[in-house]
Design a protein around this ligand. Sequence first.
Ligand code: ATP
Ligand code: ATP
Ligand code: MG
Ligand code: MG
Lengths: 165, 165, 157, 157
Amino acid sequence: MHLKRLELCGFKTFADRTELEFMPGVTAVVGPNGSGKSNIADAVQWVLGEQSMRSLRGLSSQDVIFAGTHRRKPLGFAEAHLTFDNSCGTLPLPFDEVTISRRLFRSGESDYRINKVSCRLRDIVELFLDTGIGAGAYAIIGQGEVDAVLSAKSEDRRALVEEAA
Amino acid sequence: MHLKRLELCGFKTFADRTELEFMPGVTAVVGPNGSGKSNIADAVQWVLGEQSMRSLRGLSSQDVIFAGTHRRKPLGFAEAHLTFDNSCGTLPLPFDEVTISRRLFRSGESDYRINKVSCRLRDIVELFLDTGIGAGAYAIIGQGEVDAVLSAKSEDRRALVEEAA
Amino acid sequence: TRERYLRTLEALRAAFDEVFTRLFGGGTTSLQFSGGDDVLEGGLDIIAQPPGKKPQSLLLLSGGERALTAAAFLFALLKIKPSPFVLLDEVDAPLDQGNVQRFCALLREFAQRSQFVVITHNPATTEAADFLYGIAMPEAGVSKMVSVRLEEVPVAA
Amino acid sequence: TRERYLRTLEALRAAFDEVFTRLFGGGTTSLQFSGGDDVLEGGLDIIAQPPGKKPQSLLLLSGGERALTAAAFLFALLKIKPSPFVLLDEVDAPLDQGNVQRFCALLREFAQRSQFVVITHNPATTEAADFLYGIAMPEAGVSKMVSVRLEEVPVAA
Ligand SMILES: Nc1ncnc2c1ncn2[C@@H]1O[C@H](COP(=O)(O)OP(=O)(O)OP(=O)(O)O)[C@@H](O)[C@H]1O
Ligand SMILES: Nc1ncnc2c1ncn2[C@@H]1O[C@H](COP(=O)(O)OP(=O)(O)OP(=O)(O)O)[C@@H](O)[C@H]1O
Ligand SMILES: [Mg+2]
Ligand SMILES: [Mg+2]
């Protein structure tokens, strides 16, 4: 299974629809401070079902919706779509391509979809359980988080190993 | 008042007597990971009276004494001497040059001196109170510590401002 | 189950030692149980020392040494259970030039099995990538993406 | 005393705004009381926003923006009450090239009044220094100091 692309619209600083395609190998994301690089990482975590706003560097869940600038109005919702190539069948779904979508409105209403079909947040979370990418997995290391592996409680580290078992 | 020099012997990785002279302006300290740069910063904090081993990245106070390597035996004590030019009289002492010394033996015994005259740790701490350099001051920012200014409790930040008052 | 955890731990020990010694050019590692008698209730401690140095508390390690040790542990986990993709945000920030080169070599090897997306300010890491995305803000507060294929980019002097 | 704290805070507000806008090339700042009615019992909150962006929680700022904001606050404190020397350990680590240049310009200005010792891996910061100390470990585990006067060092290509 591999990542094909990520589409963002209204997510944090990505006010305009943006599409990133992912190729095999190593992709480097570069740019000045505050340009939005970590926001991309937040979007990936968010669409995979992250529920802790603290992990997304926010306080309330609406913090991920583009808040506007001096020249632009705030937007009414944030959305992200993450598409995987599933021809190896890693995800237990009968599709060669799987797109996970998450949308959040300012009202607090949320929308979750797998290949455009409505589902619940937990369906997305459970889909990725045991793939190594799900919430709490070690495949996504946020900015400043790498040291936590060493400073974490011994029990949390054991839990990480159990995840890999 | 300005720094003239720092002398280290047996302090962490500085097994051999080392002397750093300080000039006016900006001095950059460079070198590979683990070479001892932050250990120098620790030594300055230590000789100025730091009592929290956590700030010095250690557990027990003897952690600052050179612990030996595969080729060298551990040393019996660590010492650091920090010399200031006091011709402006910032430090309330009748000397143009003031040297603060601290020595710690493996036994746990400590030795403190101001211009070679024995004193107590609190004499050193009180000497630097209100100079901006003392413990808890904002003039020494350790590795990874700068973000703490923002993530600190509001009350701690107020205390920092009171220190500057 | 206890057997499965112990078997995983055995594999992890070997993987961690291998990755660590590659990143540090030597050194020693060990993973030890902490806490109670029941391994599934207790914790796991990392003991690691760069080459030539005596094993001491991880707290005494330098910023760069800690980042590299943590990276070694994570790569070891990925070795025993690969993930389809890995996203790393500025893990190379505290590393010196020598360590960044070793880190990039490891990255390229692991990237044969998984996709890696690395956010970085480091030119060496950027150069080790196959594909580059630049994020800019020509309009204040609004991110704009510029993608660059590395094969077409002349190496900056 | 309350008057003294309030006067200091007034000076700090101006200093913080000045340093912040220099480092960020613009933006807005504010320092606000938090907690009780008694300012000497309550806390102090930092509100800051880089140019063109809307004021939001400091939590949402990027790693580099937070480091620069914190540096601005510390330099503001130094401005109202200079310290004989200042020791900074890798505060420039998360900064991009543009921000490092602005940080170095500020460093050189403040260094006219105080001595600065900066530990860094950044070539630009190294170049902004007047004097250089190299720390190496030719013998594993033992630090060795090499001092270099910058005026004599040709700038590496
Ligand atoms: N909901 C939102 N609406 C508008 N802007 C936002 C929102 N959430 C965060 N931001 C802005 O995003 C910026 C941070 O972006 P990000 O963390 O992705 O930067 P970065 O490219 O990773 O930078 P660095 O290199 O410093 O880590 C901040 O300036 C913040 O104000
Ligand atoms: N008491 C001691 N005896 C011997 N070695 C020690 C002692 N205390 C710390 N060390 C060693 O000092 C090293 C860390 O040094 P230091 O933190 O100064 O590195 P650094 O130059 O700041 O590196 P970085 O660029 O990664 O921050 C570690 O390898 C650690 O094992
Ligand atoms: Mg970032
Ligand atoms: Mg260091």
